[in-house]
Design a protein around this ligand. Sequence first.
Ligand SMILES: [Ca+2]
Ligand SMILES: [Ca+2]
Length: 407
Amino acid sequence: MVSARNLRMAGLLALAALPVLSAAPRVVVVPLLTAQEAPALIRSADRLVWDRETGTAVAEVNGYAPDLALSEVRDVAEDTSFEAALASTLPEFAVRRESGSQGLSRFAVKEPARRTKPGNLVRTDRIEAGAPSRTESTCLFEGFETLPIWEEDGGAWWHYQGGQPYNAVGDYFWQDADCDAFGGSWSADAVLGGDLGLQLPCWADYADLTDSWLEYAPWITCAYGAPSADLSFYGKLLTEAGYDYFYYLASLDGVDYYGYRLSGDFSDVWYAFSQDLRRWSGLGDLTAQPRFALAFAFQSDGVTPAGFHGFGARVDSLSLSTASLAVDSVYKKGGPFRLYVYGEGFLPGAWVYVDGQAVPTVKYKHSGLLVAKGGTALKAMMPFGQPVCVTVVNPGGATSICYTFVR
Ligand SMILES: [Ca+2]
Ligand SMILES: [Ca+2]
């Protein structure tokens, strides 16, 4: 038992060395995080530990995080690391993690993660993608209500054993089940499929050494060049915190997978988990990639502490959506002549075009406002009383449809 736990600690330490997002992180303490407020904090946190008994959460949010819309957030001193804030705010967590004792599911944990597939488990039958589409606002949705779901039946998802070489192949798979659902009657459960899993009742405890993967079989291409893109899903988890994990991962080559992992107690409600594809742990901006793979996994270690019970992980209503790029309104201002271009989905570096001609100068204000400048040169591009087509082109090449403007 002791040696197994020590080995597991080695895994935790290795994980801490992973590269995370490059923007300066910010460590915050939320004295009382409610289940209703949790999704906003979880989304912007690369690391988070949430004590489900007291409600206190410590999070390291990435530097891009907008103001967190939470009732109370305390920034810790600038030179305090996440681990130091954790040690002083949630000493119970540190003590239990060090000792490897049971009871860790009192906490809910999110952290960056990386998994590498052994060569024999790399999928060589991945479906080649079609032409990228930047116009769909929802490019992937799975609610597990409509058949076929699984690739062997003609659906889009693989469910299989992977990763850990000591896993007994065929024992436990992800499976659609009508035990619980966020939307409709069905969700996907990490352990209710496979030779053994199919025999289990709805809320059965997961077994040791489970390694169950749910992976989208085609390459994902629809986010390429999108002004913004998000992965969203609803999830319920009850695992041994810090030891048995649910992962959501992306990969550029189908071998090395990067993303995040969750463990512990997220079981009281269906949690809305979402992640910005433009700031993905270990991979950066996924909208700059022509294609990537998307996978979810559940992995348990070789120990179940006495008295521990957990059903593992469930997901429902998975979606990958991209924000639209649009110009909603254009106003002119004088002295010198400028155009205020309002809309959505503008990225830093976006440019304004009039009848296909680039304006002389553009000032990026925010994702909903660009100011085109150029004085008389700009004015000359739009003769008085004559309709012109105003478009915005993002750095990735995405182009808005024409907004007709008459000076
Ligand atoms: Ca469903
Ligand atoms: Ca375990």
